[in-house]
Structures are given as C-alpha cells and as structure tokens.
Design a protein around this ligand. Structure first.
Ligand SMILES: [Zn+2]
Length: 214
C-alpha cells in the first residue's frame, strides 16, 4: 500500500522549519523551507523579530527512495534591539537542522559518520553515492575527525580510513590524514610502519598497536 509523505517527514525539524514546497524529478528532490520567525540574540539572549535580511542556505539531506534530496532553507539575519548589547545583527541558528558553516543536515552528517566508521573514506564515498548521498572521501574523514573528544587509549585503535598516503623514504610515514577509531571515538593521525605493525602519531600522543582496516 502506498501513502503520500506528510510535510513533516521532509523536514529535519518541524519545530525550526516551515515547509514552503517540494519539487521532485526522476533523479532528485528539492525541499524548500522557511527558517524561524524570530530568534534570540546569541550574546544577550533577548528575542528579536526585527528582520534585517534573508538569504538561502543549501543543505544535503537524507536521500528519499534513492533520489538525492537538497534542502533549501530561507534563513534570516535579525537585529538585536537591546541597546546595551554589543551585537547588532545576528543570523538564525537552525537548531536540530544543521550546524553553522556546514553544507548538510545533522541527520545526513550522522549517516556519513556511521558509514565512515564502517567502511572508511573511499568506501564510504562509493557507498553513499549509490544511496543518493554523494559526498567526497575527504569530507567523510573530516566528519570522523570532528568527533574527537580526547586522545584514545593506546592499543585499542583501528584505522578506518587510509586515503592517499605515501611512504616517505627512510621514515615510512604517511603524509595525509587518516581516521582512526577507538571504541565509539575517532581521531586522526599519521601512519608509520614498524616491526610490530602500524603506529599512529597525533601531535603530542603516540599510539601503538593500531590495525589497518582498509
Ligand atoms: Zn543582543
């Protein structure tokens, strides 16, 4: 039995966004939505509905039935009316939708993170492209590294993304960044081959016993 999608299902957050319309083609879906009708100043917290200007943010969202979905959000810049506040103009923050300065939704990023964990950068790029979520291997690795919270303990690492690295003469050390996994955490480092396998160096900490997965 088929059923049509409700407007809420197109939106990452029905609390933050209001649907304008959905355009579908054989290959793609474009969802347009309005951002909030007001916002709290990030400095003083006073709510403002005094709009300064509007612009569009374009975000990759989860695929729908194998078709790539683009979410276009009309966001606003607001004036802070608090005379004692140093902020005069500020932009919408799309809570539950997307972080600032990224080009995909949070739920898209969550899938990228899970896929990157499982199959690494290049494998993730190929898999996600087949699923209608095209994204570069570099972006997948950046997404993994974005989850770093602290250096993981030695001996529990698995390398999950090893892209475009090369041996340096005499040092056998990878040149490009890679993603490594320790439990649910990820970090980045450079690869060095030794008699005991691989070691990973990252700034002030060194971790031995890592195992390459790809
Ligand atoms: Zn303010």
């Amino acid at each position: 039995m088929q059923r049509s999608w409700s407007w809420r299902e197109w939106l990452p957050s029905a609390e933050t966004l209001t649907l304008i319309g959905v355009t579908t083609t054989a290959e793609a879906v474009v969802v347009e939505a309005d951002g909030p009708s007001g916002a709290a100043c990030p400095r003083c917290g006073q709510r403002s509905e005094a709009r300064h200007s509007r612009y569009w943010r374009t975000l990759k969202d989860l695929a729908a039935q194998g078709r790539a979905v683009t979410l276009r959000v009309r966001v606003s810049r607001w004036r802070c009316r608090n005379a004692r506040c140093e902020t005069t103009i500020f932009a919408d923050r799309l809570v539950g939708v997307s972080a600032s300065r990224v080009h995909h939704t949070q739920r898209f990023g969550a899938v990228v993170h899970l896929v990157g964990h499982a199959v690494g950068g290049r494998g993730g790029e190929r898999l996600l492209a087949r699923l209608g979520m095209a994204i570069s291997d570099d972006t997948i690795l950046r997404a993994l590294k974005g989850f770093i919270v602290e250096p993981p303990a030695p001996g529990v690492l698995q390398i999950v993304g090893l892209d475009d690295w090369a041996w340096q003469k005499g040092h056998h050390q990878g040149r490009k960044s890679l993603a490594i996994r320790a439990g649910s955490r990820t970090a980045s480092g450079r690869l060095r081959r030794g008699s005991q396998g691989c070691a990973v160096r990252e700034s002030s900490w060194q971790l031995d016993g890592a195992r390459a997965l790809c």
